[in-house]
Write a protein that binds this ligand. Structure first.
Ligand code: DVN
Length: 252
């Protein structure tokens, strides 16, 4: 199919470079301990190198290797939170309680979250509109970025890791999701002790930790890892999120 896309070149005040460097500096100002080991200009250069001048349907995952190398962050052992189809509640949770961190709470995830970007073959322009959608073509710049960043986040995981999955859908563990197709496969059994699944349920849900997709998850991870799963009502997590007095450890 021939796709017609109308790209709008960035106007100066919303220039992608400015947005990314500003978000990067905002993040480092809030995480001072990471400031000396990360340079936002260098991060921009590595990021741009991945997709500028390339066809927006031909940006391979590996194009972001230099970007991943340009960022330096210590993994938050025992505090890493993976998720699938629970985006809103997970980020409300980490925003309110600081005990767990998602990819989107790390420098790279924070900077790129909610952004869209692409370029064109043999062009030095960047665009933030008219870029291919997530499923329009597989090797689009945004999807390849999230695949690469997710792989790096999972590779670095250590200690006890948590995964918040959605108990309101038939297949809480989907082997085609980023969590199922990339992250679980990158877990290093010599670094990780346990995988703790939190299955977020609503009142009328019938899905439990016995769900066959969760049995597949259990079989997909290395047998040296301790696997556990707990059904937790969404309402209980929301109450915990809105009660600043409630310690993290009491949320489930
Ligand atoms: O563990 C997390 C985290 O580390 C992350 O990077 O990967 C895991 C979550 O990915 P997932 O397992 O594929 O879970 P989801 O809920 O299916 O997808 C997560 C996000 O990918 C979505 O919220 C979409 O991002 P967006 O548009 O809300 O910023 C995006 N996505 C996935 N499939 C998509 C899609 N966007 C559009 N169309 C699709 N088919």
């Amino acid at each position: 199919v021939a796709l017609s896309r109308r790209n709008c070149a960035d106007s100066n005040d919303s220039d992608l470079r400015t947005v990314i460097i500003t978000k990067c500096k905002t993040y480092l100002a809030a995480h001072e301990e990471k400031s000396s080991s990360n340079n936002c200009e260098e991060i921009w250069t590595a990021f741009a190198g991945a997709f500028v001048g390339r066809d927006p349907c031909d940006v391979p995952v590996e194009a972001y290797d230099p970007l991943v190398r340009a960022v330096s962050e210590k993994p938050a052992c025992n505090r890493m939170l993976f998720w699938s189809k629970t985006k809103d509640i997970v980020h409300q949770f980490t925003e309110s309680k600081k005990c767990l961190v998602t990819l989107e709470d790390t420098l790279l995830g924070f900077v790129m979250n909610d952004l869209t970007w692409c370029s064109k073959n043999n062009s030095n322009e960047t665009f933030t509109t008219g870029c291919p959608g997530w499923i329009e073509c597989e090797k689009n710049p945004v999807r390849s970025f999230w695949n690469r960043a997710s792989a790096a986040f999972a590779e670095s995981a250590c200690g006890d890791v948590t995964a918040m999955l959605n108990g309101s859908i038939a297949t809480p563990f989907n082997v085609n999701s980023i969590f199922g197709s990339i992250e679980v496969k990158k877990f290093d059994p010599s670094r990780i002790r346990a995988l703790k699944v939190v299955l977020v349920t609503r009142g009328n849900d019938t899905v439990t930790c016995d769900n066959s997709s969760l049995q597949h998850l259990r079989e997909a991870i290395d047998p040296k890892l301790t696997y556990s799963c707990k059904e937790v009502p969404r309402s209980k997590i929301l109450d915990c999120i809105s009660d600043p007095e409630k310690p993290c450890g009491d949320c489930w």
